[in-house]
Design a protein around this ligand. Sequence first.
Ligand SMILES: Cc1ncc(C[n+]2csc(CCOP(=O)(O)OP(=O)(O)O)c2C)c(N)n1
Ligand SMILES: [Mg+2]
Length: 466
Amino acid sequence: MPNTMSLRASTRRIHCSKLLHPTTYLHTRQTPKVPVGWRQCRAVASTASAERVLFPGALNSKFTNEMAFIRPSTHKAIPTYRVMDQYGQVINKEVGVDTEDEEALTLYRNMVCLSIMDLLMFEAQRQGRLSFYMMSAGEEGIAVGTASALDPSDVIFCQYRETGVFLQRGFTLDQFMNQLFANKEDLGKGRNMPVHYGSKELNIHTVSSPLATQIPHAAGAAYALKLQNQQQSDKPPRVAVCFFGEGAASEGDFHAALNIAATRQVPSIFICRNNGYAISTPTSDQYRGDGIAARGAGYGIDTLRVDGNDIFAVRRAVKEARRIALENGGKPVLIEMMAYRVGHHSTSDDSFAYRQKVEVEDWKRRDNPITRLRKWLEGRGVWDEDKERELRSSLRKKVLAAFDKAEKMKKPPIASAFEGVYEEITEEQKQHIEELRDILQRYPKEYDIDQHEGGIESLSQLLEKK
Ligand SMILES: Cc1ncc(C[n+]2csc(CCOP(=O)(O)OP(=O)(O)O)c2C)c(N)n1
Ligand SMILES: [Mg+2]
């Protein structure tokens, strides 16, 4: 049992100096040598006449005899940061866009490539050539813009609608198509659903479908990076970046992740894509607060809301977030990026079952990240109709060429399903392999095993090898 006297004494000890009210110093025996932030303050001290008590759970809270409930509905909504308007006009000409024409053209080409790939893959799924696909329509600026503003060494965790992040980081059309067809060249060995891309080389963790699981993973990775940044001071520091939808922010994992990132002060950037829907559930059924941004302050996290249709705003916000995230060894940042989900949730969804076609048409007409950047480029005199036609036609050909190549390629050897977990095949696995071989031999019409590299032989070879 701890001694109560010493406990009381220890609660009087002030561990922080920065934000304490001056009267509290009356009881301070020991002045801290190094002032540390109030967040690290663990003790309480006050005088009878103090204007505020430093409750350990609510530091620096003033006493008041005015009972005023916080009424969110009376608050102004958090503003949405933008650099250019929907006509592609820069709002503050003096500040400009801090993106060179050449770089803006690359971003534009990547966004157009993404939208063309989306349309072609959607059609391919409808033709029965692909099992599943997810589009980014309307959200291209968020993914491409964010990836372009980060350092390639920063570690990224995606949800599933961030194909543009992969594209901007250098994932090739062949790599996309190999994953979609789960063929033998797929980096994920054909084990994941389509669009669950991942690339060790590009520092992007593999997409994982259970919603929000990537958020605590990112907080943990950021903690590891914090330690690594400290230990390897000769190397440039890195941050962890995490994407998620506003629907995923309804999961408990979101709250746990943001809280641990804040309490551990880790270099992480949380990017919420608020596209108005979680499949068929509109935001009005998900929450009553002011979006996801309003939650950031609750966790003591620096937060910004950004117009996701404005790629220049996205880039500037992410660059600044990265700077903040690396301040004093680490600090989480939350950015809520607003962009309407123009497409269906996935190829398994028909969104007109729960929203009006006119609503979508209206958004398409009103605003779009690709047309906005195009207007800006045209205004700069570096883009025109001929260039647009040429780009679209050449990208279409490239996507289709990669698609045809990947579609014809064999699937991974069936034996590879048993590899990658145990260093050596176990006795139990041996039995499974034999059983599988037996079933495949008995029912050749049911299983087209020849589409797998090495056919059924790969199983026999694996058994002989081990
Ligand atoms: C834990 C869990 N619950 C439910 C689902 C089914 N599901 C897949 S996507 C989705 C909606 C997510 O919406 P949001 O996070 O806003 O992302 P968006 O699709 O809008 O980009 C749901 C409910 C899931 N994958 N995982
Ligand atoms: Mg959503």
